[in-house]
Design a protein. Structure first.
Ligand SMILES: Nc1ncnc2c1ncn2[C@@H]1O[C@H](COP(=O)(O)OP(=O)(O)OP(=O)(O)O)[C@@H](O)[C@H]1O
Length: 420
């Protein structure tokens, strides 16, 4: 039987192969481009019902990608509608940075780490020069090609940030990579959110495990503060005015060296500049690329010499958690939004309080002395500093509620941009 009989032909051009996975917008499958003979990855995006009109999120992704041509950005080869779905055809990439980080058979030298970070920052610098934020930076969105080149993928959530008044949806970042200003609910954010995420990825390359694994937004902030110290007013003057600002107990920063014992002084210096609390003081991607870390020895490994994992496994996200909670700073005050709507409760004492389902940010934060629930036991806010732990927990990603909220929001913004 011929290959054509075995495979479904799509749009008279692509021979469909196996499914590679499913992301926020739909299924991704492997295919052969019969025109060029090349292997490609096709992202099938579900279009809304006809009466809802065109899916603007998808259109935005196409438009952005077509404009973003760079060696460190995934190339969009083709886009076409087929059976009510939109198909985006990308160059096929062998693996991704998450698979590299998790592969225990791979040793990452300081020069390898430098190379991965440099390619990540180069891709971001290109986006930022075009006034585009990536906004969903995480290791599995950094794809790696057969020659070791790293390319930023998944611009589904990226959007142009030219207008200073534009309000963005902020709950779109995978939590572990979210900048503190997003966690405090800022409505206007800039390229600094990508720098923070890149810093988390840098840290993950050094530690070989996700650095700050928050189990809720509040816990995420707790882990950030446990790592870098609770920010003082002088460090981040605007923090107090952010919509979801919550006061945390003051904890001092442990020495950065104690968190990254294997890192060079240059690596630590760059890391601390990328992890700057105040987004207006945070180093830019371009400045980061010019940092001496990249020009001092060892120089970044040539991409084609970088170690690569065995072909992708299905079981990468099996969800076994080795989350190891430790103590972290206490929240002194509930979020402003919550304070407004919460009636006084009996048994409310000191800084201990219980919230029922009020909003997503606090629904899984319960801290009531004496009360023991399974959630309560896992509430601590801490950094898991253990290095080379067994198996990282599954990654939080956008859930379906977030997704439909996001879709609604983006569609609305697209239809009424002038009202923002
Ligand atoms: N160009 C590509 N080449 C090879 N595999 C790809 C390509 N693009 C995506 N994939 C794979 O397809 C799967 C789904 O990818 P997709 O980008 O849709 O979502 P994701 O990154 O897994 O999650 P999210 O949408 O939350 O970011 C992943 O396993 C990804 O590695």
């Amino acid at each position: 039987m011929s290959e054509v009989d075995l495979s479904k032909k799509v749009a008279n051009r692509y021979l469909k192969r196996e499914v590679l996975g499913e992301g926020t917008y739909g299924v991704v499958y492997k295919a052969i481009d019969t025109k060029t003979g090349m292997t490609v990855a096709i992202k099938k995006i579900r279009l809304g019902k006809q009466k809802e009109g065109v899916n603007f999120t998808a259109l935005r992704e196409i438009k952005l990608l077509k404009e973003l041509k760079d060696p460190n950005i995934i190339e969009l080869i083709d886009a076409f509608p087929h059976k009510g779905n939109l198909h985006l055809v990308f160059e096929f990439m062998e693996t991704d940075l998450e698979a590299v980080i998790r592969d225990r058979n791979i040793f990452l030298s300081p020069a390898d780490i430098k190379s991965f970070l440099q390619m990540t920052l180069k891709g971001l610098a290109f986006c930022h020069r075009k006034w585009v934020l990536h906004r969903d930076m995480k290791p599995n969105n950094l794809l790696i090609g057969s020659k070791g080149q790293l390319k930023l993928a998944d611009f589904g959530l990226a959007r142009i940030f030219g207008s200073p008044d534009r309000k963005f949806t902020h709950q779109v970042f995978a939590r572990w990579y979210r900048a503190p200003e997003l966690l405090f609910g800022t409505k206007q954010y800039g390229p600094g959110v990508d720098v923070w995420a890149a810093a988390c990825i840098f840290a993950e390359l050094l530690l070989r495990r996700p650095f700050l694994q928050g189990s809720s937004d509040i816990d995420q902030l707790g882990k950030i503060f446990a790592a870098f110290g609770t920010p003082k007013h002088s460090q981040w003057p605007d923090m107090l005015y952010l919509p979801d600002y919550v006061e945390y107990q003051y904890v001092p920063a442990p020495p950065l060296r104690s968190l990254f014992p294997m890192a060079s002084d240059d690596a630590l210096d760059l890391l601390s500049k990328m992890f700057t609390y105040d987004p207006t003081a945070r180093i830019s991607v371009q400045q980061a690329l010019e940092h001496r870390y990249f020009s001092s020895a060892p120089l970044p490994t040539d991409p084609h010499k970088l170690p690569r994992p065995a072909p992708k496994k299905e079981s990468l996200n099996s969800g076994i958690s080795d989350f190891n909670p430790q103590e972290g700073p206490t929240v002194f005050s509930p979020p402003k939004k919550t304070r407004r709507v919460m009636p006084e409760r009996d048994g409310f004492e000191g800084n201990a309080y219980q919230f029922d389902k009020i909003d997503d940010r606090v629904s899984d934060f319960r801290q009531v002395p004496g009360e023991s629930t399974s959630r309560n036991e896992n509430v601590p806010m801490s950094v898991d500093f253990s290095i080379f732990g067994s198996r990282p927990p599954s990654r939080p990603t956008i859930n379906s509620a977030d997704r439909s909220h996001l879709k609604r929001k983006l569609d609305l913004e697209f239809q009424h941009p002038e009202q923002e």
